[in-house]
Design a protein around this ligand. Structure first.
Ligand code: SF4
Ligand code: SF4
Length: 441
């Protein structure tokens, strides 16, 4: 008999966090009651094959993880939401589903951002999450498929999160999907993929739309879904390098109020009060008060407005900075029910293919399968904060010998966070405010 508290405890101990997003600790999500668990297998960021490779290689573990998540939350139904175009994955999943009760598959269209929690819940269940709300508000919990895999490993195998499935793609010689130690340097990942093929490039941790620019010395975390190499002038990274006060000045002078950003905004189309063109207008009139800007708090920062603005402006970057400013002023958007969805939503969904063209990354699109190879790292840098919440507190000191899977940093008492574990055998050679470095013998 499986005990739901035991699942939650094991998942907490193992440091499982959302593998496909902001790294929200999984034990917190599991410690809620809901009627359905959605396995988020949209993988809607262009060039990513991480989840597809994982499902092809570890389908049993993913489904067992879904079963455990259903058990912990008391959900009567588990739904695997994948894009219709992942036909091989669908076949593999369908073959296995007969061994599981109350699970089914839902096919999503090939649009961006199909994996946004508000969007996926609307697509799969037809339920509208309130503005500023979460899936639980409508009886659902959403977990990425790799998070479910880690839940299975935590509960059934008593193994913590020390490895990460990662796509190494874009402008590289040999694009790969690998399972690598958390804390491994990106430069080593790049070497495994044969190095970059572009002369002037940037590295992205994650997808091209919502990932972040990183350096060769940065490292894999529990939320690294990909390491992408893209040309230096790729949107949206070129616009992110422009200082925010310059972006605000440009918004004041260049926004022509065409409202394309609003017409394509996935949150606006769901019926939310977010209308980015109005925020741009408020800024151009110098209206910087909370009342004029509060709807920016509804922005998911998906970046669609940024890649479609004909004037090269970035409502996303502006919303992100306004959100920060409002947050510091303790301004919050109260949870509000969504009344009606925009009737044009269906025809305004932005196709993934078109997005790839907009980003100028079509040449790098190649299907990538999983390379089942043991990857070793000589040294790992384990970040103390690779999850939502507070940084973990080190429980080791310099000179300590650690084995793979040993806990090296723990959640602060009473705080939101996640434990961190050694991803290789070795010696702790450095500890600072942000990380623990372990070197193999
Ligand atoms: S798409 Fe660009 S120019 Fe058009 S309203 Fe939005 S920010 Fe302004
Ligand atoms: S980033 Fe732009 S398109 Fe995406 S939710 Fe925010 S305003 Fe809408």
């Amino acid at each position: 008999m499986i005990d739901s508290n035991e699942i939650i405890e094991q998942v907490r101990n193992a440091g499982v966090v959302g593998a496909g997003g902001a790294g929200f600790p999984a034990h917190i999500k599991l410690n809620n009651k809901c009627d359905v668990v959605i396995a988020n297998f949209a993988e809607c960021e262009p060039l990513l094959f991480t989840n597809q490779a994982l499902v092809m290689a570890k389908v049993d573990e993913v489904l067992e993880g879904l079963q455990l998540a259903m058990k912990a939350t008391g959900a009567k139904m588990g739904i695997i939401a994948l894009k219709k175009k992942y036909s091989d994955c669908k076949r593999v999943l369908s073959d296995k589903l007969k061994d599981y009760d109350n699970m089914e598959i839902f096919e999503l269209g090939d649009f961006y951002p199909a994996g946004d929690e508000h969007v996926i819940v609307r697509e799969v269940l037809g339920r509208k999450i309130p503005m500023a709300g979460i899936p639980l508000d409508v009886g659902a919990v959403v977990h990425n498929v790799e998070t479910l895999y880690n839940i299975k490993k935590a509960y059934s195998d008593k193994l913590p999160v020390t490895e990460k499935f990662v796509t190494v793609g874009g402008a590289v010689k040999y694009p790969l999907v690998l399972n690598v130690p958390v804390g491994m340097k990106f430069s080593e990942l790049l070497d495994l993929a044969g190095g970059p093929t572009a002369k002037d490039f940037i590295l992205i941790d994650g997808g091209p739309m919502m990932g972040k620019e990183v350096g060769l010395d940065d490292v894999v975390t529990k939320t690294t879904s990909a390491l992408l190499v893209v040309p230096i002038n790729t949107l949206p990274y070129s616009s992110r390098r422009i200082k925010i006060d310059v972006q605000l000045k440009r918004a004041r002078t260049a926004c022509c109020q065409c409202r394309i950003c609003t017409d394509l905004c996935p949150r606006y189309l769901l019926g939310h009060k977010l209308e980015p063109h109005k925020i741009m207008r408020a800024i151009s009139f110098g209206l910087m008060d909370a009342e004029s800007l509060i709807n920016s708090l509804l922005c998911s920062e998906c970046g669609l407005c940024e890649v479609t603005c004909p004037m090269g402006l970035s409502p996303r970057n502006i919303n992100a900075s306004l959100k920060k400013m409002l947050f510091e002023k303790k301004v919050r958007f109260n949870k509000t029910l969504v009344e009606t969805e925009r009737p044009e939503r269906e025809i305004r969904k932005f196709s993934a293919k078109k997005l790839l063209v907009r980003l100028g990354l079509s040449d790098y699109y190649r299907h990538i399968d999983y390379t089942d190879k043991k990857i070793k790292a000589k040294e790992v840098k384990l970040l103390l904060k690779q999850h939502a919440g507070s940084p973990a507190i080190p429980v080791v000191k310099v000179g300590d010998k650690v084995n793979k899977n040993d806990v090296v940093a723990k959640i602060q008492e009473g705080q939101l966070g996640a434990n961190i574990h050694a991803s290789i055998d070795g010696t702790v050679v450095k500890i600072d405010e942000t990380s623990i470095v372990v070197k193999s013998e």
